[in-house]
Design a protein around this ligand. Structure first.
Ligand SMILES: Nc1ncnc2c1ncn2[C@@H]1O[C@H](COP(=O)(O)OP(=O)(O)OP(=O)(O)O)[C@@H](O)[C@H]1O
Ligand SMILES: [Mg+2]
Length: 239
C-alpha cells in the first residue's frame, strides 16, 4: 500500500534523509528504529507531508503523493501521531475528536472505518475527560487523544512517532494494547521507536535508520536474531 523510493528530504537546504526505500503492505506493522538524530522524525514528517521531499517518490495505493500537502494526506488514508502531538490544546477532548471526525467523514464520502463511539471505547479517558481542555490532561492522556484523533481521520495507514517515550509503564501498556487491537483489525502501521523491545513486540518487520539512511532491514521472523545481535544494537540502536 505504501512504496517509498529514493526519498531524499531535509530541513531547508540541509539534507537529512538519503535515498530511503521503504515498503508497507496492507495490514502490516512495520517499525522504523534508530538512535537519536538518525532521521526518524524527519521521515515521519516527510511521509505525512510536513516536509517537502528533495527527491524520490512516495506512492500510496498507486498514487504518487509526495507533493500532496500535509493537511490533505488523510484523504489518501494516511494519519499521523506526531512526537509533539499537535492537538488543539485549548479545545476539549471531544472538540478535537469531532473536528477530525468531520474531516475524516468528508474525505470518505460519509463512510467510516471507526465511529466516534468506537474510538471513545478504546481509552476510558476519552469519555471521562471528554469535556476537559486537552491542555489540562497529562502527557499520556494527551497521547491517547492524539491516537483517537488520528483514527477519526479514517486512515488505513497509521504512522506514529515515539508513541510511548517518556510515559508511565501503565500508560504504555494501555496504548500498546490498543495498537494490538488496531493490528487485529488490519490497520497498516508504521511505528517509529527508539525501544527495540517495543518495536519487536509490536511489529512484523523493521527498517534500521542511521544518519538518514536505511542501513539494515529486519525481515519477518528475524526480530529474535536482532535482539541477540549485540553489535547491531550497540552500534545503531543504543541498547
Ligand atoms: N528543525 C530542524 N532544522 C535543522 N535540522 C534539524 C531539525 N530538526 C532535526 N534536525 C536534524 O535532522 C537530523 C535528524 O533528526 P530527527 O529529529 O529526524 O532524528 P530522530 O531519529 O527523530 O531522533 P530522536 O530519536 O532524537 O527523535 C538530526 O541531525 C537533527 O539534528
Ligand atoms: Mg524523533
Amino acid at each position: 500500500m505504501l512504496q517509498v523510493r529514493g526519498l531524499r528530504a531535509g530541513y531547508g537546504t540541509v539534507p537529512v534523509l538519503h535515498e530511503i526505500d521503504i515498503d508497507v503492505e496492507q495490514g502490516e506493522a512495520v517499525a522504523v528504529v534508530g538512535a537519536n538524530g538518525a532521521g526518524k522524525t524527519a521521515l515521519v514528517r516527510t511521509l505525512s507531508g510536513l516536509i517537502r521531499p528533495m527527491g524520490g517518490s512516495i506512492v500510496k495505493d498507486g498514487v504518487e503523493i509526495s507533493r500532496v500537502p500535509g493537511y490533505r494526506r488523510f484523504e489518501h488514508g494516511i494519519a499521523v501521531v506526531l512526537e509533539n502531538r499537535n492537538l488543539f490544546t485549548e479545545l476539549s477532548v471531544h472538540d478535537n475528536l469531532r473536528l477530525a471526525e468531520r474531516a475524516g467523514k468528508r474525505a470518505n464520502g460519509g463512510k467510516t472505518r471507526f465511529s466516534f463511539d468506537e474510538v471513545c471505547d478504546l481509552f476510558e479517558i476519552l469519555r471521562e475527560r471528554g469535556q476537559c481542555a486537552v491542555e489540562l490532561l497529562s502527557g499520556g492522556q494527551q497521547q491517547m487523544v492524539a491516537i483517537a484523533r488520528a483514527l477519526l481521520l479514517q486512515p488505513d495507514l497509521l504512522i506514529m512517532d515515539e508513541l510511548t517515550t517518556g510515559l508511565a509503564p501503565r500508560i504504555v501498556k494501555e496504548i500498546l494494547a490498543v495498537l494490538n487491537k488496531l493490528r487485529a483489525r488490519g490497520m497498516s502501521i508504521v511505528l517509529v521507536e527508539q525501544s527495540v523491545a517495543i518495536a519487536s513486540e509490536m511489529t512484523d518487520r523493521a527498517y534500521v535508520l542511521s544518519v538518514g539512511r536505511v542501513i539494515h532491514e529486519v525481515r519477518r521472523g528475524e526480530w529474535s536474531a536482532v535482539l541477540n545481535d549485540k553489535t547491531l544494537i550497540k552500534a545503531y540502536l543504543q541498547g
